[in-house]
Design a protein around this ligand. Structure first.
Ligand SMILES: Nc1ncnc2c1ncn2[C@@H]1O[C@H](COP(=O)(O)OP(=O)(O)OP(=O)(O)O)[C@@H](O)[C@H]1O
Length: 266
């Protein structure tokens, strides 16, 4: 796995977002460091996707600012931002009958010069590596719109990885994946983080968050409720308050895994 030239840093401070006349995020402060996988969890409607889109520079916050390596998105410019930040949207769609390899090649667009590719061999090597790491080498020439939901998700992840971004922001990349591919994708994202990238993954499965994440940010009603190592951020009180459920716990290989067990009354 190729490491970025130097470890990126992202700082979000005082982030607020109003959508549809309602405040859906408020007072979000996050310092994101390379080297560990961050799981962004929280109930439906908590604001996870909104926050991820803001971190990606695709949605302007109502208040607050984001700095990447000390630079604002405006100072960085769209192309440099797209090279640095790979964003996998929730339920990604592909509206053209593209092949898997053609979709993955789109991930190289931010690296192109004004007159096309500046290094076609490097582009193809990055695309080939991205297809291999998402277990899609054998699917290269298949049409994306003919893939299963899980295969399609991996194809979009390959597009993101082909861009070799320093920051990977993935919104529910496990949706529709079978257990084996969930483990593969989380293992891959964790390796990317360990190789010196910032990796933030929106996910709903608290057991997988506890198992794979180095840090968990729990959002509830547009605010950060807890932020820390999985065992602290996902303690019984926090899970109860955020989701209204009680958990049971099992410890497996030293990992304390919360299992949502009963819904709290009311
Ligand atoms: N374009 C929009 N206009 C109005 N309200 C919006 C818009 N986008 C999101 N919202 C609202 O903002 C809140 C946060 O939405 P968001 O998609 O960020 O939540 P989420 O935590 O990702 O939820 P989920 O787990 O269901 O995907 C929700 O109440 C949602 O209805």
């Amino acid at each position: 796995m190729v490491s970025p030239d130097r470890a990126p840093q992202m700082m979000a401070s005082g982030i607020a977002a109003d959508l549809g006349g309602r405040r859906v995020l408020d007072g979000i402060d996050l310092a994101l460091e390379a080297g560990g996988l961050t799981a962004l969890v929280g109930p439906n409607g908590a604001g996870k996707s909104t926050l991820l889109a803001i971190l990606a520079g695709l949605l302007a916050p109502t208040a607050g600012r984001i700095l990447i390596d000390g630079q604002s998105f405006q100072a960085l410019g769209d192309r440099a931002r797209a090279r640095r930040i790979g964003y996998l949207e929730q339920q990604p769609a592909c509206h053209w009958p593209l092949s898997v390899v053609a979709l993955a090649r789109l991930g190289r667009l931010p690296h192109r010069g004004r007159f096309g590719s500046t290094d076609p061999a490097a582009d193809e090597a990055a695309v080939t590596a991205a297809l291999a790491s998402t277990a899609l080498t054998g699917f290269r020439d298949r049409r994306v719109d003919h893939l299963s939901g899980g295969e399609r998700m991996r194809a979009h992840l390959a597009r993101v990885l082909a861009g070799a971004p320093q920051v990977v922001l993935a919104d529910e990349p496990l949706a529709g994946l079978d257990p084996a591919h969930q483990l593969d994708v989380l293992g891959l994202l964790r390796d990317l983080a360990a190789a010196g990238r910032i990796v933030v993954v929106v996910m709903h499965d608290l057991a997988l968050a506890a198992r794979f994440a180095d840090r968990v940010v729990l959002l509830a009603e547009g605010r950060v409720l807890t932020d820390g190592a999985p065992a602290q951020a996902l303690d019984d009180a926090a899970i109860g308050r955020a989701y209204g459920v009680d958990v049971r716990r099992v410890v497996i290989d030293g990992c304390n895994v919360p299992l949502p067990w009963t819904r709290r009354p009311g």
